[in-house]
Design a binder for this molecule. Sequence first.
Ligand SMILES: [Zn+2]
Length: 247
Amino acid sequence: MVLKESEAIVLRTYPLREADLLVTLFTRAEGKVDGVARSAKKSRRRFGGALEPLTYVRAHYEDRERRELARLDSCEVLESPLASEVTYARAVALAHVAELLDELLPDREPNDAVFRLALAVLSGLRGPDLWLPITYLELWMTRLMGYLPELSECMTCGRTLNGSRAFYHALADGLVCIDDKRLASSEISAESRVLAARMLRAPLESFAGAPWPEAQAADLRKFLIQTLQRHIEKKLVTAGMLEKGGF
Ligand SMILES: [Zn+2]
C-alpha cells in the first residue's frame, strides 16, 4: 500500500473504539477523506494538536484494501487555529467553516478552488472581523458548488434587478422583482447585491481593513444559507448559532 501525502484541513474528529479517532480531512489532493488515527487519544505524541478541527496540516495516510476508511499515519501542523485567541464568536465561525466544507463537499473529489478559499477564510478569521470572512465563504461556497443564481435579474420575468428592489423565497431559487414576489418573501438590498458582485470579482484580502459590522450584508447571508440548505436538504447547525449573534 502506498503512503500518500497531501496538505489538508481537519474538518472533524469523532471517538472510535477505545483509543482511536475517526478523522474527516479535506485534502488538497483527493478532496474529503475519512480516516482512522490509531491510538490518537492515547498517544498525543504522534498527532499532538494536529487533529484539532480547522488545523491546516500535511497529512500522511494510506488506503487499505476493501476498506472505506484510510489509515492516518501522521499529521504535521502547518497552521493551527489555536495560535490565535479562540473566543466564543471565533469558535462558532470556525465551526461554520468546518460544517460548510463537510456538508457541501462530496467524498474523494479534489477541489482546489475550494481548498484555496478555505485557506483564505481561515487566514481571514485570524483577524478581528469575523463577518467579512464568513460572508465571503458563504457566497463563494454557494458559487463553487453551482448553487448561486444570477443576482442581477428576475428569475420569473427576466427583468434586470439592478437599481430596483429584489426578493427571495425560502422555497424557490434565485431573486425576483417586486411584481413577481410571492407571499412571505424576504428582501435583499441593492447594497448587498452590489457587495456580492464585488466579492465575486476580488480576493478576500482586498476587503480587509474596512469595518464590517454584523448588520452588513446580513440579508445576503440569510439568502445564501437558505439557498445552501435547500440544496443539501438539511439545516446548517452553525448558521443558527451565527444568526443568534451577540458577537
Ligand atoms: Zn419579475
